[in-house]
Design a protein around this ligand. Structure first.
Ligand code: NAD
Length: 485
């Protein structure tokens, strides 16, 4: 019998599901059991061509609609997503293995927020009138054209919406390629957008590995590329986009610092460290994986952290009581277990976890290392799993320098009850998305993105509009033209 997660076809192009079984088969594995639940096929060159030509052809008419009309469609799609939240959350859980406890509140709902927010903004995208004496200049905010979105595997619904909603609000069309690890959810986003009234060809989804992503990025018809992925992939995609002078948004990896001063509320700080390391089993780009704890509260902090981490419920992700799911794939699990071994070898003190869970699926116990030093591998490289490194520090000046000593710059957090210190420290941290007495909140109203190797551009908020549109300026002369001859 066909599994309920099996999509109708691999791709969604020009308002309909499309199949081409000549592409490389991509198995979809449910991380909680290891069983294959679906198969999709990577896009063949013919499918890539169909998606790009369709999106190119549809964009101009879409851009001609008023922003209010486009926005209405996005807002209708948001309503449909919320009505189907349970069904979409179950699919997200099949796609990623993340527990339903999380997917019910963080995925389709976050996607719906983006559709609603950018749907609301679409009608207010205007230019300026700039007086020049008798003459004047006016500016027009125009769509970029055909945009490509490429997703990572940790938030497949959210990423498809965070890229699609602002792109469509501005009058662009999109071809979206989900991660080959989680190909299912973006198809539902496309289906819902078209059900809500998006014209055929405006939002298309095609499957495939890096090769298909590469074919999209290098196509001369494409005006913009928005990638969510790792730094090495980001460097390749950015370079390829530069060849064609395309606009880019790069949402990449991190190794973010979370700094806890000794005057902080310990339970709130422990809560922040848990949210910033163990949500989605640690598979979150903005995680605060270097937890710097001031020496005075170190042992108290570690004791409370170990106690609360022991309350994590590993189990069937479809059971709403489960609070901690598996790694997305066996490969990701092995990568993370490799880092855990490195941590032990290099002399970090294991506080809890540190091994695979004795159950089917790709579960690793939430792991905390203490006495981690700046040079250890687990403190330098992005692990993308449930491994928290706790480092000690003495002074504010010292911790700021150590926090910034990394190629990454996605996020940073500070816990302290001294508000001047909180703002002073945040002001000096090299990161794009920061938190004071909190960690990992990502509302659509707030800009999200990184500095340094963690990325270029911002998603969400009004900032995203700037990255999916461009400004045309028009000088209007009222009098005669003066010329030298
Ligand atoms: P990845 O870099 O392996 O792949 C990302 C996407 O790029 C996939 O769809 C992949 O098929 C595609 N791709 C790979 N090579 C390509 C190429 N040469 N040209 C075009 N496309 C190509 O990343 P992943 O393993 O799927 O995701 C994990 C990474 O994503 C982590 O580093 C994480 O930090 C990052 N991430 C960042 C954010 C953010 O918003 N900053 C959010 C989630 C994940």
């Amino acid at each position: 019998m066909t599994h309920p997660a099996q999509p109708k076809a691999s791709h969604f192009i020009n308002g309909a599901y499309v199949e081409d079984t000549a592409g490389t088969p991509i198995p979809v594995i449910y991380a909680a059991t290891g069983e294959q639940i679906a198969t999709v096929y990577a896009a063949t060159p013919a499918i890539v061509e169909q998606a790009l030509s369709t999106a190119k052809a549809a964009q101009k008419e879409w851009a001609k609609m008023t922003g209010t009309e486009r926005g209405r469609i996005l807002r209708r799609a948001a309503d449909i997503m919320r009505e189907r939240n349970h069904e979409l959350s179950v699919l997200e859980t099949y796609d990623t293995g993340k527990p339903l406890q999380e997917t019910l509140v963080a995925d389709a709902t976050s996607g719906a927020d983006a559709l609603e927010y950018f749907g609301g903004l679409a009608g207010s995208l205007t230019g300026e009138h700039i007086p020049m004496g008798e003459d004047w200049v006016y500016t027009v905010r125009e769509a970029l054209g055909l945009c490509v979105g490429i997703g990572a595997w940790n938030y497949p619904t959210q990423i498809a919406c965070w890229k699609g909603a602002p792109a469509l609000a501005c009058g662009n069309s999109m071809v979206f390629k989900p991660s080959e690890t989680t190909p299912l959810c973006a198809l539902k986003v496309a289906e819902i957008l078209h059900e809500a009234g998006a014209p055929a060809g405006i939002y298309n989804v095609i499957q495939g590995m890096g090769e298909v992503g590469g074919a999209l990025v290098t196509d001369p018809r494409v005006d913009k590329v928005s990638l969510t992925g790792s730094v090495p992939t980001g460097k390749k995609v950015y370079a390829a986009a530069a060849e064609g002078m395309k606009h880019v948004t790069m949402e990449l990896g991190g190794k973010s610092p979370l700094i806890i001063f000794d005057d902080a509320d310990i339970d709130n700080a422990v809560g922040g460290a848990i949210n910033g390391n163990f949500y989605s089993s640690g598979q979150v780009c903005s995680n605060g994986t270097r937890v710097f704890v001031q020496k005075g509260i170190k042992e108290k902090f570690l004791a409370r952290l170990a106690e609360r981490t022991g309350n994590a419920i590993l189990g069937d992700p479809m059971d709403e009581a489960t609070s901690f799911g598996p790694m997305v794939t066996e490969n990701q699990m092995n990568i993370v277990l490799g880092y855990i071994e490195k941590g032990k070898e290099e002399g970090a003190r294991l506080i809890c976890g540190g091994q695979r869970a004795d159950m089917p699926g790709y579960y690793i116990h939430p792991t905390v290392f203490a006495d981690v030093t700046d040079d250890m591998t687990i403190a330098r490289e992005e692990i993308f799993g449930p491994v928290m490194s706790v480092l000690d520090f003495d002074t504010e000046e010292e911790v700021i320098a150590r926090a910034n000593d990394t190629e990454f710059g996605l996020s940073a957090g500070v816990f302290t009850n001294d508000f001047s210190r909180a703002h002073r420290v945040i002001g000096q941290l090299e990161a794009g998305s920061c938190f004071i007495n909190s960690y990992n909140d990502a509302p659509v109203e707030a800009p999200f993105g990184g500095v340094k190797a963690s990325g270029v551009g911002r998603e969400n908020s009004k900032e995203a509009i700037k990255h999916f549109s461009q400004v045309k300026s028009v000088y209007v002369r009222m009098g005669d033209v003066e010329a030298a001859f």
